[in-house]
Design a protein around this ligand. Structure first.
Ligand code: 5GP
Ligand code: MN
Length: 319
C-alpha cells in the first residue's frame, strides 16, 4: 500500500482541495491530510482550499487556516484532491488543477472517472477519511489528525449506520479512538445536534413529504420561500434526506433543494435495491450506489415525476 510520503519526492508546496459545500468527510479528509503532512514534514508548505467550513468543525486543527478564495498564484508542486467525485466539483481552488505539477486524487465515489497523475478510488470505502487513513503511517498520526479522520468517518457513515460501514471501517475508527479522540463530543456536537432553524425546516419537509409507488418512494422539497421563512442555507438541510429514507416501507428517498426559479439540487438515497448513482449520473451528477446527487431543471413536480419513473424502472427489474 502506498503512503502519502511516496508522493513527496521533490515536493515543496502542497495544495489540498475538497468538494463544493464541504461536509464532515471532506473537511476531515482535507484537514487530516494537512495535519499529517505539516506535523511530520514541517519543511512542506501545505495550504487547504475549501468553501466556508461550518462553525461546528471549528475544533479541528487548522480549521481557522483554511483558505476560501481561489489562489492568485495557482502553482503548486502537488495538488491533493480529497472526496471529490468529479473535476467540476472542486469547491475552491479549481485553477490549481491545470497549474499543479502533479495531482493525487484520494476518493471513494463510484462515479469518479479519474484523470490525475495518481488516482486511488475505493467505492466500497465508507469515506474519504477511511481511504486517507490507509495512506498514513499510523505511528505518525497525532490526536489532532485522528480527530479529523474520525469526524469524516462518523459523518459519511451516519455514525456507523449506513450500508457503507464495514468491519474495516470499525477497525479504523477503533484505532482512531484508541489514539484519544473525543468521540462523544464529535458525534454529539457535530452530527446529532441541530439548530432551532434546522429542526423547523426538517419538520416542514416531513409534514409535507409525498409518497409514491405505494409508499416505496418518498419525496421532500425545500423551496426558495422556505429558505426565507425559516432563514436557512444549504448546509441547514443536510441529513434531511436520510431522515426521509428512514421511513418504514421506503426504498428510495428524493430530496429537492431549490436553487433558482426552475432549478433544484437533488439528493437521492436508497435502502437495498436502487442504484441512485446511476440515476444521478444520467442527469450529470454522481455519487455512491446508496447516496448520490445532481442538479436538475424544471418544476418540483416534474423533477419528482422523472425521478420516481427512473426508480420504478429499477424496482420493476427487481421484482
Ligand atoms: P448529497 O446528496 O449529500 O449532496 O450527496 C451525496 C453524494 O453524492 C456525495 O458523496 C456527493 O459527493 C455526491 N454528489 C452530490 N451531488 C453531486 C453532483 O452534482 N455530481 C457528482 N458527481 N456527485 C455528486
Ligand atoms: Mn465522502
Amino acid at each position: 500500500m502506498a503512503r502519502l510520503e511516496d508522493f513527496l519526492e521533490g515536493v515543496k508546496t502542497v495544495a489540498v482541495v475538497g468538494h463544493v459545500n464541504p461536509d464532515g468527510d471532506c473537511v476531515g479528509a482535507c484537514l487530516g491530510t494537512k495535519i499529517y503532512l505539516t506535523e511530520n514534514y514541517p519543511e512542506l508548505k501545505v495550504d487547504v482550499y475549501l468553501q466556508k467550513v461550518k462553525d461546528i468543525f471549528g475544533y479541528l486543527k487548522y480549521a481557522d487556516e483554511v483558505l476560501t478564495e481561489d489562489p492568485k498564484d495557482a502553482a503548486c508542486d502537488l495538488l491533493i484532491l480529497c472526496d471529490i467525485s468529479a473535476k467540476d466539483r472542486i469547491g475552491c481552488g479549481a485553477g490549481l488543477l491545470s497549474h499543479a505539477e502533479k495531482t493525487l486524487c484520494l476518493d471513494h465515489h463510484l462515479t469518479n472517472k479519474g484523470g490525475y497523475t495518481w488516482f486511488y478510488n475505493y467505492p466500497k470505502a465508507s469515506s474519504a477519511c477511511e481511504v486517507i487513513y490507509g495512506f498514513m503511517d499510523p505511528e505518525k498520526i497525532s490526536v489532532s489528525c485522528a480527530e479529523a479522520l474520525y469526524t469524516g468517518i462518523v459523518h459519511d457513515t451516519g455514525v456507523f449506520q449506513y450500508s457503507n460501514t464495514s468491519g474495516y471501517t470499525m477497525e479504523v475508527a477503533g484505532k482512531l479512538m484508541d489514539m484519544g479522540v473525543d468521540f462523544n463530543h464529535i458525534i454529539d456536537k457535530t452530527f446529532f445536534e441541530k439548530t432551532y432553524a434546522q429542526r423547523r425546516i426538517l419538520g416542514k419537509v416531513m409534514e409535507s413529504a409525498g409518497l409514491h409507488l405505494d409508499g416505496r418512494v418518498i419525496s421532500g422539497v425545500v423551496t426558495l420561500a422556505d429558505k426565507k421563512t425559516y432563514a436557512i442555507g444549504s448546509g441547514d438541510t443536510e441529513g434531511i434526506v436520510s431522515e426521509l429514507r428512514s421511513t418504514r416501507g421506503v426504498e428510495a428517498a428524493i430530496f429537492l433543494y431549490q436553487l433558482g426559479s426552475n432549478e433544484f439540487k437533488i439528493s437521492l438515497r436508497s435502502q437495498d435495491i436502487v442504484d441512485v448513482s446511476a440515476i444521478c449520473a444520467e442527469f450529470g451528477g454522481g455519487g455512491h450506489v446508496r447516496a448520490a446527487g445532481c442538479n436538475m431543471k424544471g418544476t418540483a413536480e416534474e423533477i419528482i415525476d422523472t425521478l420516481v419513473n427512473r426508480i420504478s424502472i429499477q424496482l420493476e427489474g427487481n421484482i
